[in-house]
Design a protein around this ligand. Structure first.
Ligand code: SF4
Ligand code: SF4
Length: 188
């Protein structure tokens, strides 16, 4: 298995960084995951292909793939995998690794994702109107298309016009800080 020069192959680092990831070696290449995936048509490699590439040590190709970024975390592949491989969690691992290297697909829309997490860190929950507005700055045609729906959601009380903050923000902030500390300690 190709080595990264630091003693561990790409496959071993992916497996180690994923809870339960050591079972990746049991992948049968059956294709059930890709066949179940609602985003499969938009992915440049199916999950099955991606796992074969990980085993082959194709680090650059895997980390620059759009596949993890099109994963919508529905967990359908995970519940259907005959080998109980934590496919969705592996997608998270690959996203973290790609971000850590600044080596990710253009469809990752990192700035927009960061704005979403910033709202959560600030208020304890997402702020859909703010996220939609930021998304619209980059995708004005999408806003023209979806704007009517947004107005309906606001008028029907389904989308607050201003951010709403949870009651115990200090507790959430402490949890997030601890999660960040652990993440910094992890080697990906
Ligand atoms: S469903 Fe599981 S065993 Fe089959 S290809 Fe996907 S990861 Fe491998
Ligand atoms: S969790 Fe991700 S990879 Fe798995 S089926 Fe859903 S979208 Fe596809």
């Amino acid at each position: 298995m190709p080595d990264n020069g630091a003693g561990k192959s790409f496959y071993e680092r992916v497996a180690a960084a994923t809870p339960g990831g050591d079972v990746l070696m049991k992948c049968l290449q059956c294709g059930t995951c890709g066949g179940s995936c609602p985003s499969g048509a938009d992915m440049d490699s199916t999950p099955r292909q991606l796992f074969a590439m990980i085993s082959a040590g194709m680090e650059d190709e895997v980390l620059s793939s759009n596949t993890p970024w099109y994963c919508v975390s529905c967990y359908y592949c995970t519940v259907r995998c005959p080998q109980e491989i934590p496919i969705t969690m592996i997608m998270y691992t690959l996203k973290r690794m790609a971000l850590a290297r600044g080596h990710y697909h253009k469809d990752a829309h990192i700035n927009w994702s960061k704005s979403f997490t910033n709202f959560v860190e600030l208020n304890g929950r997402s702020f859909e109107l703010g996220a939609m507005t930021l998304f619209g700055l980059h995708n004005p045609f999408a806003i023209v298309k979806q704007g009517g729906l947004g107005v309906q959601m606001i008028t029907k009380g389904r989308m607050p016009p201003v951010p709403e903050r949870i009651r115990n923000m200090p507790q959430l902030t402490a949890i997030l800080n601890e999660a960040k500390r652990i993440a910094e300690e992890e080697e990906v």
